[in-house]
Design a protein around this ligand. Structure first.
Ligand code: PRP
Length: 214
């Protein structure tokens, strides 16, 4: 039976495709996508879609994609109706709490405002600390928000730490580690078990191979 795999565009795209290539899959067309969004594997009965991270979960939950590759950050923020099967150990970064130097939001008296692209993650984190904060949803360049006075601190992704540093912000705490995960549609896991497991086993082999190289 044929398989459909949703790949997240952007940061994870190149590394995910490189892993599929190492598995021996025919991903030449996805490597040079142009403006196309759907690609046929040249070796296997697999279709690939390139989608935004939140849409990756949606396509998998609705069974349009049997398998998806998406960051743990997106999984933590929303969607539950899938199986999370494998950590690809790529796209490694952290969810952090940050603010500008000299400020400590944890000891601030009064109303605390937090800017973030991830309201659920931020809300859950602060509730776990016993703090009821106001969450302000921001869609990008989150580091700008405390600088301009929109909020006291941020919950965001840190990879290299360069964006924080260049904007005079410091990390106050780490919320959790993040990396790319493979998710599987629940029905596909039953109905296409053999095909799905073959992909998972191939990817797991590359994960182990990469770990032994490092
Ligand atoms: C992410 C994140 C930080 C930055 C961190 O933003 O929200 O802004 O990357 O990376 P660094 O630690 O390596 O500097 P992204 O580049 O995805 O763009 P956005 O701010 O427009 O969402």
């Amino acid at each position: 039976m044929s398989l459909s795999i949703a790949l997240t565009k952007g940061r994870l795209q190149k590394q995910t495709i490189a892993m599929l290539e190492e598995c021996g899959y025919g991903v030449e067309s996805v490597k040079n996508p142009g403006r196309a969004l759907v690609f046929q594997d040249s070796n296997k009965d697999i279709n690939y879609f390139l989608v935004k991270s939140h849409d990756c979960i949606t396509y998998v939950e609705h069974g349009v994609a049997d398998i998806g590759v998406v960051g743990k950050d997106t999984l933590l923020e929303g969607g539950k109706d899938y199986y999370e099967m494998l950590d690809l150990e790529i796209g490694k970064c952290k969810f952090i709490v940050a603010t500008y130097k000299g400020e400590d939001i944890f000891s601030k008296v009064g109303h605390i405002k937090i800017g973030t692209k991830y309201p659920s993650v931020a809300q859950n984190y602060f509730l776990s600390k016993g703090l009821d904060v106001e969450i302000i949803k921001i869609d990008g360049s989150v580091e700008l928000a405390p600088i301009l006075g929109l909020c006291d601190g941020i919950v965001d992704i840190m990879e290299t730490g360069t964006t924080l540093k260049e904007n005079g912000l410091v990390v106050l705490d780490t919320v959790c580690d993040i990396s790319a995960r493979v998710i599987v549609n629940k029905a596909a896991f039953k109905l296409k078990k053999q095909e799905v497991m073959a992909v998972l086993n191939d990817l797991e082999r590359i994960v182990k191979q990469n770990a032994s190289r490092n």
